[in-house]
Design a protein around this ligand. Sequence first.
Ligand code: TYM
Length: 324
Amino acid sequence: MKILSGIQPTGRFHWGNYFGAIRQYIALQGHEQSFYFIADLHALTTVREPHVLRQNVKDAALDLLALGLDPQRATLFRQSDVPETTELTWLLMTIAQMHLLEKCHAFKDKKAKGIAADAGLFTYPVLMAADILIYDSTTVPVGADQIQHVEVTRDLAQRFNTIYGDTLHLPEAYVLDDSAKVPGRDGEKMSKSYDNIIPIFETPKKLGKMIMSIKTDSTSKESSKNPDTCSVFELYKLFATPEAQMTLTERYRAGGMGYGEAKQALYEAAIAHFETAFARRTQLETSPDIVEDILREGAHRARAKAQEVLERVRAACGLLAKPV
Ligand code: TYM
């Protein structure tokens, strides 16, 4: 399998990013190709302060390494360090039909809200397609919100192949059912833009406060509760063993337990789960040069593959294979 995925450095990573994507990056490292990148070019559609973007990229790299991404078994790099991607974006843009991009949700949602979208947002899925296709990727671990973009990638690759002959490989999204759409504190999809996130690297005090603020229904402490409709339980399931899940399910159903207790169980499970990552992050913070070296080395490896594929694509559409 040739694995590829990207994540935007638009702020602090949250539990949705972790369970929907990062956990799978780590589980899938060590394959024939395990490429993961920090999507700084995509982030430019929303982050417009250079120092913020630079800091976010550093933090993103630290977070991913602390969470278990191993540079010996995976390639970690910055999207903008592989300029071949932007050339492929243009080549794909020349065959991308407007109606295909008009139905993509990031653009459609903004338009529906009456917010003026720029061309970067409109063509965002084409850049994402180039990210995937430039490494001949077969498997793209993502959360549910990115499935549409992987479908667009397949459509674009197919159309390119129909016009120019078999050149690009069709990838598939890799989505885990139980964590494809992690809920936020308000029960909606966890997302920075909904202001409902729970960050991965948060101080215990703030984390406790955030967990206590998760929305629950008004069932009294004495009454039996339904774990299947409760966001606290849905989040707890992501951390807990099947046995621990069963124990809490029984306590929900039996009554006599307030939501505060379920939240406390969630808090403890989260602290235990990320304990090692916290320690590793603190250690990594002391050696920023190592992180920069990892990104540079990653870009070097990724570029070699990107150049090979771009040459094939250039030749297919009648450009010189190697630019002079
Ligand atoms: P981004 O940065 O918004 O999110 C990174 C990853 O986190 C997943 N995710 C979630 N999964 C489950 N539940 C949630 N609440 C949740 N919130 C976020 C996302 O599905 C994603 O997998 N366009 C991409 C970045 C990208 C990319 C690519 C991904 C650029 N090029 C090529 C894959 C392949 C994005 O904005 O993800």
